[in-house]
Design a protein around this ligand. Sequence first.
Ligand code: ZN
Length: 753
Amino acid sequence: MRRFAAVLLIVNLIVPSLAFSADQAPLAGYAPSSSTTERDWEAKFRAIPDPANLKEYMRRLSARPHHVGSPYDKDNAEWILARFKEWGLDAHIETFDVLFPTPKIRVLEMVEPTKFTAKLEEPAIAIDPTSNQKSEQLPTYNAYSSDGNVTAPLVFVNYGLPEDYEKLDRLGISVKGAIVIAKYYQSWRGVKPKVAAEHGAIGCLIYSEPKDDGYSRDNVFPQGPMRPADGVQRGSVMDFASSNPGDPLTPGYVASPEHPRLAIKDAKSITKIPVLPISYGDAQPLLAALKGPMAPDEWKGSLPISYHVGPGPAKVHLKVEFNWDLKPVNDVIAKIPGSVAPDEWIIRGNHHDGWVNGAEDPISGQAPLLEEARALSLLLKQGWKPRRTIIYAAWDGEEPMLLGSTEWVEAHADELRQHAAVYINTDGNDRGLLSMGGSHTLEQFINGVARDIEDPETKMTVWQRLQLSNIAQAKSADDRKELRQRPDLRIAALGSGTDFTGFLDHLGIATLDLGFAGEDEQGIYHSIYDDFYWYMHFSDYDFIYGRALSQTVGTSVMRLADAEVLPFDFVDFADTIQKYTKDLEKLLADKQEEIRERNQELEEGVFKATLDPRRPTVAPMKEEVPPHLNFAPMQNAADALAKSADHYRQAWSHKQSTLSETQAESLGALNQQLIESERKLTNDDGLPRRSWYKHLLYAPGVYSGYDVKTVPSVREGIEQKRYAEAEQEIVRVAKALQDESALIDSAAHLLEK
Ligand SMILES: [Zn+2]
C-alpha cells in the first residue's frame, strides 16, 4: 500500500559507461574463495528474470478484483501456491480469520444551502477492459471507519494535520460538532479522522485534490496517468500507529480459534468517528458552498473555486454502515531449507491482495517476487545450496492494515525471534531510482548490492544513478560533499505502511524495504483504474524495472543466505545514531527558540499591530519555554557505539582472509550474536502508550502514520511536550545502545579468537 510521493528530476548526465570489474574485493561476510563462487551464482541468477514472465504474472493476478475475502483473492493465493510447487519449492497456505469490514450503506449529501447528493461511484471507462467489473469491485470507502449517521456544518481543514488545527484556532474556528473535509496526502489517511475526533469533529471526509494527484500534475486517466474527476482513493483508516496493525480483535496475538476475540466496541484501532473518501467531483460542490474566512494560501488547491474554511453554510449528512465480518486471509509461504545453517532464516515478502485489481499496488512487486522464486529454484536444480533457510511469502490482507503479515508474525513470534536474520520487503514497483530503506546495520550491505545491479535505462549501476541523482537534488554544498565522499548512500529509516512492520517494529528483525520509483506520476492509487491497462500505458510496461527489482532483491537474498558471516556492519549504523542524537538536540533547541520568539512578539504587540479588523485572527497563547534535557546518556552511548563499530570492522577485515579455516560452530555463535543485534534495539515494554511497538529507534509516528519517527519515544516526547517522559526515554534508549555496543564488541572478540 505504500506510495512514493516524491517526484524526482532525472537530469541528463553524461557518464562513462561502467564496466563491472571481475576483480572486485571479496564480499563482506565471505571468505575470498567463497566470495568468487557466490558472485558466479549471483551472475547466473541475474540472467534469469524475464520481463515476459513478469507481464504474464501481472496480467493473470490483476485480471479481476482481488481484495480480502473475494473469490479472486483466494484464487490468486492458490495460483501462487501452484507456481511455487511447480518450481519444486516446499510451499503451503496459512489462513487467519480476521475482522474486515465492507460497506453496507454509504450516503453523503449536502442538505444546506442547496441540495447535492454525492455519486460515490467510479465509472467504468470503455477503453479500460477491467474497469467494468462492477459486481466484484469494493465500493469506495475507508476500512475500519466506525458506523455513523451525522448531519453537521462542514469545515475545510487542509490536510487535517495537528498544525492545520492550530491555524484554524488562529482563525477563530472550531470543528467541535462539525464534519471536516480534509485533502489526501501529507499524512497517512488514518491520522485525519483521529486528529479531527480529538478536536471534537463528528465526521470526516477525505478527498483527492487535483493539485496533488489530478489534472494539475498531468492528464487524467485514460488520457494520462492521473486521477479522473470521479476517481477515489480507498484505504484503511485503522489507527494502527497508536495501537497495532493486524486484526483489531486480536491485538498482539494471533487470530485463531484458541484465542478469545475482543468485542468490536472494544477494538482500539477502529476510528472514533465515521469517515468516507470522496472524489474531487463529489468534493467540489461541497467546498464551493463553504463561506467564512478564505483558506490560507498554502491550503488552496486547483479546483475552479474560492477555497473558504467554513464552518458552513454548507451542511452535510454523512451516513455509513459496514458489514463487520470475519474474512480469511491466505498467506502463501515457500521455504528453501538451508544446507549449513537451516536455523538462520532470510525472509522475503510482498503482498498479493489489492483494493481492486491492484496492478501497480501490489502486483508490480509481487510479480518480481515470483520471478525471483522461479530463478532460485532453477539455481537449486543446477546445484546451488544456500547456507541459510530462505522463506518467500506472498502476504494477503496488507491493504486493510498488514493483516496477513502481522498475524503470521504473531503466530510464529517465538521461532522468528530465534531464527529470523533479515526480512526484505517490497510493495509495488515503478520506473526510476532504487529506493532503499531499512535497518542501518544493513546500510553498507544494500549499498554493495546496488553497486552490482545495472540500471536498465542508463546502463550505469543503480547505485551510481542514485548517487548522481541525489547530487542533482541536494539542497546544500554540505549534502553534495557527503554524497561525493561518504562510501555509502544513506538509507531511509522505516516507518510503516507495508508488511515489514511486524518484523521490524514488533520483533526487532533487521529489515530492508526496496523498490524503484520516481520517473512516472500516478493518480490511480487504490482506485478501480489501478489495473493492467493503466500499468501497460503509464508505468514500467516493458517490465525492465520489474526485472531490475527481481535482480536487486534476489541478489540480496542470496548474498545474505550464503555468507559465512552475516554481512551486518555497524559503522554506518553508529554514524546514523550520532546524527539522530544531534537531530534530537536541534529539535529541542528549535522549539525553545520558536516559543521564546513568539512570547517576545506577544509582549511587543506584534499580533495587535498586524491584526486586520475585517479579517480578524486570534493571537496564539503564551507558552512556557521547554526545559533543557540531558542528552549526555545518548551522546555517551553513541560514542561507545562508534568505538565498537570500528572494533568489529577491524576484527572482520583481519579475519576475512583466513575465514575458510574457521570452525563452523564458532561461526554459528557469531551469527547468532549478529542476529541478536537488531533485537537488542527493542524493549519488551515497548513504546509509551503503544507497547506492541518494541523497537526503540524506528516506529511510525502517532500523528504521521506511515512516516517514520526515529528514536520515537524521545522525539515524540519533545514534539508532544512530554518533556519529563522524553528525558526518561533518553536513558532507556541509551541503555539499549550501550547493550548493543557490548554485543558488537563481543562479536568482534569472537572474530579475534
Ligand atoms: Zn501495497
